[in-house]
Design a protein around this ligand. Structure first.
Ligand code: HSE
Length: 402
């Protein structure tokens, strides 16, 4: 019998309890043992729940119970998730989490503690919800020279952008629809400002490089400044707009970012719609590999959490455990990042654009001039924008292409 405790009985914690209960045959077959949910930690009581008798309010009950083999942290946020994780690992209990915030901030420390204490720390659900991506990245692709990991890592923003493209709706209208449908929080900042995707690309970057970057060193833009006009201009030339997390590995180091990108229909990420997530890995000799599925929700996230539990029950630490160090050694200057750029301006025309950027693909003229440059660096783009402003232009939008 494997005894577990679930910290947090919200969407994810509840989904984990349901999956273990409803799929007990599959879980026991795969894990090689029965699982008992011995405790559920929450501030609240759940008198009508079938798990009401497992609910406790004091983490020390779980910590001091030597029968508890594994703690599932489904609380979210940094604290007290950090303190509970440290205590559980030091007490010789494996920890599984769906909490990307705590992994992105402290994952290196947790992995080291797990190593020192001979237990496991797993976080498959922290990126891409139900999509198995962390585990394949650890055990199936590391032998390649990875050139890039990129993905649609946030379902809420992908839903909003899909809505803007399908209905020509504004960002505000699409956000409201996402909130009404329960996809976006009432305070949507973590999603729409790119903070959630930033945590996830930090985790994916650590998996390919071994270096856990502080999230404030990752260039992060959200989708709040994308306008209906940009969507129409993109559609006119067969492009879509997606919020991507990207870790691009070149000869000089890594460029890691979260930003909206315009993509052509030849990119497999362009067809990922609605709340779905996808992660694309490009390496040699493997080529392009894409993982696709539901990035959030009780069932999908619980599937990833319980998958981690199955691996721990079957293999324990014999599974390849990542080793991360915290730092910034591997990143290079974002000012050198090169891409084609979509820029929309008003107050200046094609002549001004050509004067500053040379030949550019002009895609709309009139009240606004929208154009796409050749491949230029961030530094050149910013200098060009300043020159356009000196010529009387006001920049309305800038979006990179991939
Ligand atoms: N807010 C996240 C999203 C939830 O929209 O993708 C899953 O991490």
């Amino acid at each position: 019998m494997t005894n577990i405790a679930i910290l947090g009985f919200g969407v994810v914690g509840g989904g984990v309890a349901d999956l273990i209960t409803n799929n007990s045959y599959q879980v026991a077959r795969l894990g090689g043992d029965d699982i008992r949910i011995k405790y559920i930690l929450d501030l609240r009581d759940f008198p009508d729940s079938p798990f009401a008798d497992r609910v406790v309010h004091d983490f020390d009950i779980i910590l001091s119970d030597n029968e508890v083999d594994c703690v599932i942290e489904a609380m979210g946020g940094s604290h007290p998730a950090y303190e509970y994780t440290v205590a559980a690992l030091k007490a010789g209990k494996s920890v599984i989490t769906s909490n990307k915030e705590v992994v992105a901030r402290f994952g290196d420390e947790f992995l080291a503690l797990a190593r020192e204490n001979g237990v496991c720390y797993r976080f498959e659900a922290a990126v891409g919800g139900g999509i198995p991506v962390i585990s394949p990245m650890i055990s199936c692709v590391g032998q390649n020279k990875i050139r890039e990991v990129r993905g649609i890592l946030n379902g809420t923003t992908n839903y909003i952008l899909t809505k803007m493209f399908s209905f020509g709706a504004s960002f505000e209208e699409s956000l409201k629809d996402a909130q009404d449908k329960g996809y976006a929080e009432r305070n949507p900042d973590a999603d729409v400002l790119g903070i959630d995707a930033c945590r996830k690309i930090a985790i994916l970057t650590a998996l390919v490089s071994g270096e856990l970057l502080p999230t404030d060193r990752i260039h992060t833009e959200g989708i709040t400044s994308i306008r209906k006009e940009d969507v129409l201009n993109a559609a006119k030339v067969g492009l879509s707009i997606k919020l991507l997390g990207r870790c691009v590995i070149g000869d000089k180091g890594m460029q890691v970012m979260v930003a909206p990108f315009m993509l052509g229909s030849d990119s497999p990420l362009s067809s990922v719609s609605g709340v779905y997530n996808a992660v694309e890995i490009i390496g040699e000799p493997i080529g392009n590999v894409m993982f696709y599925g539901q990035g959030a929700g009780a069932g999908a996230t619980a599937s990833a959490v319980v998958g981690d539990l199955m691996q721990i029950m079957r293999s324990g630490r014999s599974y390849a455990e990542p080793v991360w160090t915290r730092g910034t050694d591997g990143i290079c200057n974002f000012a050198d990042f090169e891409a084609r750029q979509y820029i929309a301006i008003c107050g200046a025309d094609r002549g001004a654009v050509e004067k500053v950027f040379g030949s550019a693909q002009v895609i709309s003229e009139g009240e606004e001039t929208a154009f796409i440059t050749g491949i230029i660096s961030e530094k050149t783009a910013q200098e060009g924008i300043k020159s356009l402003e000196r010529l009387g232009a006001t920049v309305k939008s800038r979006i990179r292409l991939i």
